[in-house]
Ligand binder design. Sequence first.
Ligand SMILES: Nc1nc2c(ncn2[C@@H]2O[C@H](COP(=O)(O)OP(=O)(O)OP(=O)(O)O)[C@@H](O)[C@H]2O)c(=O)[nH]1
Ligand SMILES: Nc1ncnc2c1ncn2[C@@H]1O[C@H](COP(=O)(O)OP(=O)(O)OP(=O)(O)O)[C@@H](O)[C@H]1O
Length: 212
Amino acid sequence: MKHWDQFLAPYKQAVSELKIKLKGMRGQFELDSSHSPIEFVTGRVKPIASILDKANQKGIPLDKLEEEMQDIAGMRIMCQFVDDIHHVVGLLRNRNDLEIVEERDYISHKKTSGYRSYHVVIRYPVQTIHGEKNILAEIQIRTLAMNFWATIEHTLNYKYKGIFPADIKMRLQSAAEAAFRLDEEMSLIRGEIQEAQAFFTRNKEFKQEEKS
Ligand SMILES: Nc1nc2c(ncn2[C@@H]2O[C@H](COP(=O)(O)OP(=O)(O)OP(=O)(O)O)[C@@H](O)[C@H]2O)c(=O)[nH]1
Ligand SMILES: Nc1ncnc2c1ncn2[C@@H]1O[C@H](COP(=O)(O)OP(=O)(O)OP(=O)(O)O)[C@@H](O)[C@H]1O
């Protein structure tokens, strides 16, 4: 158990730091009074049982986890619009506190399940009392609609242990297309939505100023 605590410590540190940094980006857009491509951010360290399951399924030896399991530290960035995803990827590419080692575009190339997201694998340096340690982390970037679909599908996956009955599989695929059409529709009225959001923000600030 102490061994796992030691092994996972840099991953925990990376997730905490990345949460602060990525949430900080949203705050910076707010300060600039410009549309934030980041709606919200979550992160997690992969549960030990899930690490062991995945290592077993993929034939990864436990002494090769650091190099071969890319999602022990995982972040998720949720965006309002599909275009925001590309904006976020651009922001990540420009950072010099992390290095992008791989990008997987499951938006242009959706998975057969219907899954859509943009995945970026990064190498991230964690400062420890024993010096710098580079770890791999996975950042999944998706719209709110893609996240809704993926969350529901993930839950059902647990229930059916990955083997969906044919009708559920079909419904999930058609729900994924409906979620994507929703993203496309929202993109068409993006200007209107952002104008309304800017109006609400100004109004809120004005009311707060009036109170103080
Ligand atoms: N809900 C849902 N999530 C998915 C699906 N496919 C990938 N993901 C998410 O993306 C992660 C893995 O992304 P991939 O790029 O497929 O990584 P991989 O190493 O090729 O495949 P995994 O063995 O699934 O990790 C998973 O751990 C999930 O969080 C899917 O069909 N449904
Ligand atoms: N990159 C990530 N950022 C935030 N949360 C994540 C990320 N990847 C997975 N999660 C969530 O963490 C929880 C546990 O993750 P776990 O690694 O067991 O799931 P998984 O993504 O299905 O993994 P696997 O690739 O092993 O199938 C789930 O609720 C999952 O949705």
